[in-house]
Unconditional design. Structure first.
Length: 259
């Protein structure tokens, strides 16, 4: 996610003591970006305040970080999340690192019998996850949270060039530059329009892909990509910039690929 997980840090949508949702600059957290001295290779050393301790230590010290290369799968299994997404007004939320859409109320996903409410959807160009070293041109992150535990679950969907996607067109139509205000547009947002027909997923335990890089995130990445027009993908990247965190080491984690 830029998680929480997104060309952006994930926001905390809950009071639970769990990984915050993507995007967090509250409490004097340092500025971070995707390049230069405050880029991904330096996130773990950025200080809290001018001379404080590291604000995001997990970004450097965590051993269950995201994204990863899915080509390193070490187990096989059939995992198919059950999505229960509903359409609603297209609501954009200001975010300095990505384009973020607020989820319509009443949308959720069930993974392994656990229900997670959909909080928001955001985008990364190019994709954050790779398969055997190959990145897709874009990735969609559906960020969810369990009400009881506060745990986050992210569904990632890779995007390849192909047929135009009307839902992405609607988002681009409503998004008017980097300083747009939180608002309800005239168009509808249907999360289902950004899902592949086959929702078999790669599954692993990971982290937010943006500071603070909190771990304990239930990651699921669809094995089947969706399509978007090449021009649509280019426009998303022109508005967001390059906002992918490099892939992280799998270490000893199980990574299940669909059979």
């Amino acid at each position: 996610m830029a998680l929480a997980g997104s060309a952006f840090a994930e926001e905390d949508h809950s009071s639970h003591d769990s990984a915050p949702a993507e995007e967090s600059h509250a409490g004097g957290a340092p500025h971070w970006s995707y390049e230069g001295e405050d880029g991904p290779s330096h996130w773990g050393e950025l200080p809290e305040g001018e001379v404080g301790a590291a604000a995001f230590p997990a970004c450097a010290l965590g051993d269950a970080q995201s994204p990863i290369d899915l080509g390193g799968a070490n187990a096989i299994g059939l995992i198919v999340p059950e999505t229960h997404y509903v359409a609603g007004p297209l609501v954009l939320k200001p975010n300095g690192h990505t384009i973020e859409v607020t989820a319509p109320p009443g949308s959720d996903i069930t993974i392994g019998g656990v229900v997670y409410d959909l909080l928001q959807v955001h985008f990364h160009t190019p994709s954050e996850h790779a398969i055997d070293g190959e990145h897709a041109q874009m990735e969609v992150h559906f960020v969810h949270q369990n009400k009881a535990t506060g745990q986050l679950a992210v569904l990632g969907v890779l995007v390849k060039p192909g047929a135009a996607n009307q839902q992405l067109e609607n988002i681009l139509h409503e998004q008017s530059g980097d300083d747009y205000d939180h608002r309800i547009g005239k168009m509808t947002f249907d999360p289902n329009a950004l899902l592949p027909a086959d929702l078999k997923v790669y599954r692993y335990d990971g982290s937010l892909t943006t500071p603070p890089c909190s771990e304990g995130v239930n990651w699921n990445v669809a094995a089947t990509p969706i399509e978007a027009g090449q021009d649509e993908i280019w426009v998303f990247q022109s508005k967001m910039g390059v906002n992918d965190r490099p892939v992280q080491a799998l270490n000893a984690r199980p990574l299940v690929k669909p059979d």
